[in-house]
Design a protein around this ligand. Structure first.
Ligand code: HEM
Length: 144
């Protein structure tokens, strides 16, 4: 598809990996944070880790994933021909909703208002696994 296309794809995948690292790690931090004593040193440290992970890595990586992904879709003409891309976009939308939900949980932790158990976050941690698997099947196999 050309050199420019390949570099845009490298930008896309770079952003995808950084975003997914956070999408899997942030709810893990919540698992331990939920069991930490409010106002303890551990709890305050988790707050800093969570804020920096979300704002410093996940948020810019999500913007990059969307930006490079839409760019690839337009440049490659995938939107007009390929319905796999529309279904993929739907799954990406689900990941994006999940991202904002993580931010909402993070803000609750920040003001010591979390009401969820560590078990709850353990279960939530499984959701993006399935969505990511679906995205990979679609983008690699392009089944329709
Ligand atoms: C609105 C968001 C997105 C759009 C429009 C989009 C679109 C695209 C397009 C057009 C390609 C190139 C396909 C090709 O050249 O064969 C691509 C590649 C890829 N995308 Fe996305 N993408 C988005 C988000 C994501 C997300 C969230 C993930 C994973 C979590 C992801 C994973 C991948 C992977 C792994 C490839 C490489 C596939 C390959 O080259 O074989 N994308 N994307």
């Amino acid at each position: 598809m050309g050199l420019a296309y390949d570099w845009i794809k490298i930008g896309h995948l770079f952003s995808v990996f950084a975003w997914m690292a956070g999408v899997f790690y942030l709810p893990r931090l919540f698992v331990y944070h939920a069991d930490a004593e409010t106002r303890s040193v551990q709890s305050e440290t988790f707050k800093v880790m969570e804020r920096r992970l979300l704002r410093g890595i996940m948020r810019p990586a999500m913007y990059g994933t969307w930006g490079f992904g839409l760019w690839l879709g337009l440049k490659g003409g995938w939107f007009s021909g390929a319905s796999w891309l529309w279904l993929k976009a739907l799954l990406v939308l689900a990941l994006t909703v999940y991202h904002y939900q993580l931010d909402a949980w993070r803000k609750a932790f920040e003001i010591d208002a979390n009401r969820h158990s560590s078990r709850f976050f353990r279960m939530m941690n499984e959701l993006p696994t399935l969505v990511l698997f679906g995205i990979l099947v679609l983008v690699v196999l392009k089944p329709f």
